[in-house]
Design a binder for this molecule. Structure first.
Ligand code: ADP
Length: 246
């Protein structure tokens, strides 16, 4: 689904952000991108949704070279990729529905369909009942889940997250990653950048480690949560939380 072939990227002032990075993340995989600050994680994600271009090498999404896409095709690429950032970037004076349904509105989709799409996306993050709330009325974990719903509105094939729990405490961080796991269980490929070794060992998945622009680790880690856990979470999130996790 996502392929990097010898990708290098250097910013001005000769800052090497990525240095000959090669890997492949398959369809439906759940990947963590980790490494110290400045390792190149954000740059790698930006190359996937063509917010940046590589200096050399190729970034392929479903076999298509993203760097060679004509500008007119970039919006189509971005509709297939949802992105979640550390700061939720929600508009406080707009309702949850308006925030989540913003993109379909720009695309000219009518109110009734926007409501349906927003409801579906919010249901995936367990917040369908908060459509009419305003972001300041929600907890920070809920706000981040709204941001995830906004990224899901187009039913993307790929969900990217750049330090999505950087502002959250450990319990809320787990809540966000449980949501990612559930989204992944529906077939969406997920790649999330995080500093947190605790989250990685807890959830497991493909772990790509960057250090000063080089890919220094690539392994599959079995997390503490098996498929049974996922089922429990989907059925009854509170009970699992009260038991202090599995
Ligand atoms: P991470 O997300 O792992 O913290 P980044 O991809 O943000 O890493 O940054 C990798 C390197 O590229 C760092 O040395 C950073 O200072 C540099 N860098 C990132 N963005 C820019 C930019 N827009 N201009 C110049 N240098 C940048």
């Amino acid at each position: 689904m996502i392929q990097f072939l010898n990708v290098s990227k250097t910013y001005e002032e000769c800052r090497v952000a990525l240095d000959r990075v090669t890997f492949e993340l398959g369809r439906g995989e759940f990947g963590f991108l980790t490494g110290p600050s400045g390792a190149g994680k954000t740059t790698l994600l930006r190359l996937i949704y063509r917010e940046a271009l590589p200096d050399s090498g190729q970034v392929l999404i479903r076999g298509r070279n993203v760097g060679a896409l004509p500008l007119s095709k970039v919006p189509f690429l971005r509709r297939r990729i949802g992105v979640v950032f550390q700061d939720c970037r929600l508009i406080d004076r707009k309702t949850v529905f308006e925030n989540v349904g913003y993109l379909p509105r720009v695309l000219g989709i009518g109110l009734r369909d926007r409501r349906r799409l927003a409801y579906q996306a919010l249901r995936q993050v367990g917040l369908a009942h908060r459509m009419r709330s305003f972001p300041p009325e929600l907890s920070r974990g809920e706000q981040q889940r709204v941001a995830i719903a906004r990224a899901l509105i187009n039913e993307p094939e790929i969900l990217l997250a750049d330090e999505p729990t950087g502002n959250l405490d450990p319990e809320l961080s787990r809540e966000v990653f449980r949501v990612f796991r559930q989204i992944n269980a529906t077939g969406t490929t997920v790649l999330a950048a995080t500093h947190s070794p605790a989250l990685i060992t807890e959830f497991g998945g493909r772990v790509l480690v960057l250090d000063r622009g080089r890919l220094v680790g690539d392994q599959r880690l079995v997390g503490r949560h098996g498929p049974d856990y996922l089922q429990l979470v989907q059925e009854e999130p509170r009970r699992v939380a009260r038991r202090g996790g599995p």
